[in-house]
Write a protein that binds this ligand. Structure first.
Ligand SMILES: NC(=O)c1ccc[n+]([C@@H]2O[C@H](COP(=O)([O-])OP(=O)(O)OC[C@H]3O[C@@H](n4cnc5c(N)ncnc54)[C@H](O)[C@@H]3O)[C@@H](O)[C@H]2O)c1
Length: 320
């Protein structure tokens, strides 16, 4: 177990990449009041400067937060550095299509950032997030607890939202997870899903009949295809990922030990090693704790292992 870190009294959030996702994370973090200070950096310095100014001009309406644009060296005091830099999917592209461009971006950024902010936690958001989290972890030389990815926290939120909509129940009462790759091989955990303690396949209400097999298929299709559909119509996804990353930041900065499906390096976990994937893990001020054991169906475990193979193959081809 990594030793517990005492968060500094004044938390600074560093964001590398002030595009649609980076700026929205800053906005969501301001609204939720999770940090005292946000520093935006981007190779396009004018863009980072403009986004920081635009956000700062709204700071009177949110809990206190100072927002400014800077260079990488200005992240030296950051408690958490979020990396959203790099290429994004164009309509029709998969996340794995971004691998060449974004591995190059991280290979350049990570060693510099670790030198500048050796005590920070590193949260990777750029895609393909599982492969890049592994690349960042390897390049950083840091313990796995301190380099992790947003993973399927977003997919889990999509899954819970669609279940809540179909079952006409508050999303807060839907307990369900998506694990594995943040991508096409991800695995929805139907066997452990429940509504306020009632197993999903037994839940119904006056407003909502029990889920059918075809409901399950269309809900999961909605989760897996969500990004592609949104990107086809508006060119990026930003709002939900901004909120998902802010949820992870809250868990870190409040030392919550919240169970979140973040992407993290796995070693000897259900016979899976040397890959980053999302599994439920405790998240707090030291970063990501040990992954929790999975108690899932045989089919789900097989799908999870197949997902690990997909991500591991890409990592091996990259030479990591
Ligand atoms: N993990 C997730 O769930 C999730 C969700 C949505 C998007 N994403 C990913 O996040 C990334 C960003 O998406 P976006 O929509 O914000 O893209 P964007 O094009 O709007 O922003 C990317 C920004 O990165 C900057 N950049 C590029 N190289 C850089 C470098 N070396 N150093 C600093 N800045 C650099 C660019 O100038 C640009 O401003 C993409 O890879 C996208 O696929 C991940």
């Amino acid at each position: 177990m990594p030793s517990k870190r005492n968060p500094p009294a004044r938390n600074q959030l560093g964001i590398v990449g002030a595009g649609a996702v980076g700026s929205t994370i800053a906005y969501a973090a301001m609204l939720r009041g999770v940090v005292h200070e946000i520093v935006l950096t981007d190779v396009n310095a004018a863009k980072a400067e403009a986004e920081a100014k635009d956000l700062l001009h709204g700071s009177v309406f949110v809990p206190s937060a100072e927002v400014w644009a800077g260079s990488l060296t200005d992240l030296r005091d950051s408690t958490v550095i979020v990396i959203t830099a790099g290429a994004k999917q164009k309509p029709g592209q998969s996340r794995l299509d971004l691998i060449g461009a974004n591995t190059a971006v991280l290979t350049d950024l990570v060693p510099k950032l670790v030198e500048i902010a050796p005590d920070a936690l590193f949260l990777i958001v750029s895609n393909p997030v599982d492969v890049l989290t592994y690349v960042a972890w390897k390049l950083s030389g840091l313990p796995g607890a301190r380099v992790f990815g947003s993973g399927t926290v977003l997919d889990t939120s999509r899954f819970r939202s669609l279940l809540a909509l179909r079952l006409r129940v508050s999303v807060a009462n839907v307990h369900a997870l998506v694990i594995g790759e943040h991508g096409d091989s991800e695995v929805p955990l139907w066997s452990t899903a429940q509504i306020a303690g009632i197993p999903l396949d037994q839940f119904s209400s006056t407003d909502a009949p029990k889920l059918t097999q075809s409901d399950r298929e269309s809900i999961f299709k909605g989760v897996r295809a969500a990004a592609a559909q949104v990107i086809a119509a508006k060119g990026a996804t930003n709002w939900a990922i901004g909120l998902a990353v802010t949820r992870i930041l809250e868990a870190i900065l409040r030392d919550e030990q919240a169970v979140l499906a973040v992407s993290r390096v796995l070693q000897n976990y259900h016979d899976i090693s040397n890959v980053c994937l999302s599994v439920p893990s405790l998240v707090g001020s030291s970063g990501v704790g040990a992954p929790l054991p999975l108690q899932i169906s045989k089919e789900e475990m097989a799908a999870f292992k197949a997902s690990a193979d997909v991500v591991r193959d890409v990592i091996v081809k990259l030479g990591f």
